[in-house]
Design a protein around this ligand. Structure first.
Ligand SMILES: Cc1cc2nc3c(=O)[nH]c(=O)nc-3n(C[C@H](O)[C@H](O)[C@H](O)COP(=O)(O)OP(=O)(O)OC[C@H]3O[C@@H](n4cnc5c(N)ncnc54)[C@H](O)[C@@H]3O)c2cc1C
Length: 311
């Protein structure tokens, strides 16, 4: 008979890795799947995109990659298996779950979804045409290309502000273009943005088109800025939110909300018995590394109790 895992964790971001550390400590036979192809991100997930994390308790300042690696190492200390495989399906038979990856099939008593979310792609004219030719979604990955150049960030979240601060380290000028009244950054990041002479925030404005030759050279705005609807830029970075990766959970009968986020209770349980979820994939209002890790740890404990009660 195929090997039986106590728990399969789908997603190897900080949430999935921290969950694995806990289930490992609880002596649960644990495997984590992380699809590096899904988001074009390494094991560690989306936190690896930022070069400064200053709000994870216990570490005053470290890079996202360092944080992810520390949690991964910690999980491995408790014998969690971590595999770079993409999960393509999950189903339930009478007593257990069957999880199919691109390479193989695995059995488990419980599942935790920690699949995070995909960047919402920009949809204005030119966004697709110029992808990776001036249109990007990750400042840490592609920001260095814009040394002494002008870049625009489209979006108004805290992530958008952090991306702008990162880009300003290399770029000559950074325009944050946001359709709302004011950007919604953490106060500390907002202050840094306001203080940074290279960053300008253009509010109540949409980009309607991205133009260029071989590479991006300007964007068209839906209203005038400094007397013109044309803004010269060399690069455009999208920071307009995420689409939760909940499709496989839905196939298992897991309930999602209107944003496609998995709905969980305070024990990180979904509506399907034996299925739990945590992190950027769930319906919590505040999404950070620490909140994902916290929900993951609760999910680990709930999964442990579920297995104990069944046996
Ligand atoms: C630019 C930026 C800066 C940020 N800065 C901070 C900060 O300073 N502090 C902070 O606390 N938070 C920060 N955040 C938020 C934080 O990064 C996230 O809330 C957190 O990392 C989410 O972790 P996660 O594990 O839930 O999801 P993710 O990191 O998205 O991980 C999900 C993983 O699941 C994998 N996956 C998805 N589908 C499948 C599948 N079918 N099969 C296998 N694997 C799959 C993905 O490949 C991915 O690796 C920042 C976010 C961004 C974008």
């Amino acid at each position: 008979m195929a090997e039986m895992y106590d728990i399969i964790i789908i997603g190897a971001g900080v949430t999935g890795l921290a969950t694995a550390m806990y289930t490992g400590r609880l002596n649960m036979k644990t495997i984590v799947f992380g699809a590096t192809s899904e988001l074009e991100l390494p094991i560690g997930g989306v936190i690896t995109l930022t070069d400064t994390v200053e709000n994870y308790p216990g570490f005053k300042k470290l890079t996202g990659m360092e944080l992810a690696q520390k949690i991964e190492e910690h999980a491995k200390d408790y014998d969690a298996e971590i595999k770079e495989e993409k999960v393509i399906d999950a189903s339930k038979n009478k007593n257990n779950f069957i999880v199919k990856t691109e390479k193989s099939s695995y059995n488990s008593k419980t599942i935790i979804f920690a699949t995070g979310a995909k960047w919402r792609q920009l949809t204005m004219k030119g966004a697709k045409e110029f992808k990776n030719k001036g249109v990007h979604y990750c400042a840490l990955c592609d920001g260095a290309l814009y040394k002494d150049k002008i870049v625009a960030i489209i979006g108004g979240s805290d992530s958008a502000a952090k991306e702008a601060l990162l880009l300003a380290q290399n770029a000559k000028k950074v325009d944050i273009i946001y359709r709302g009244d004011k950007i919604r950054a953490e106060p500390i990041n907002l202050k840094l943005v306001e203080k940074n002479k290279k960053i300008e925030v253009i509010t109540n404005t949409n980009v309607t088109e991205i133009l260029g030759d071989k590479m991006v050279n300007k964007v068209i705005l839906d209203k005038e800025h400094n007397g013109s609807k044309e803004l010269d830029v060399n690069g455009v970075f999208g920071a307009i939110g995420h689409i939760p990766l909940s499709n496989i959970a839905v196939k298992l009968g897991v309930k999602i909300n209107e944003k496609k986020e998995i709905m969980i209770d305070r024990d990180s349980k979904t509506n399907v018995k034996g299925v739990f979820a945590a992190g950027d994939i769930v319906d919590s209002g505040f999404k950070q590394a620490i909140t994902g890790v916290g929900e993951g740890v609760v999910a680990a404990h709930s999964a442990y109790q579920y297995v104990q009660e069944k046996e």
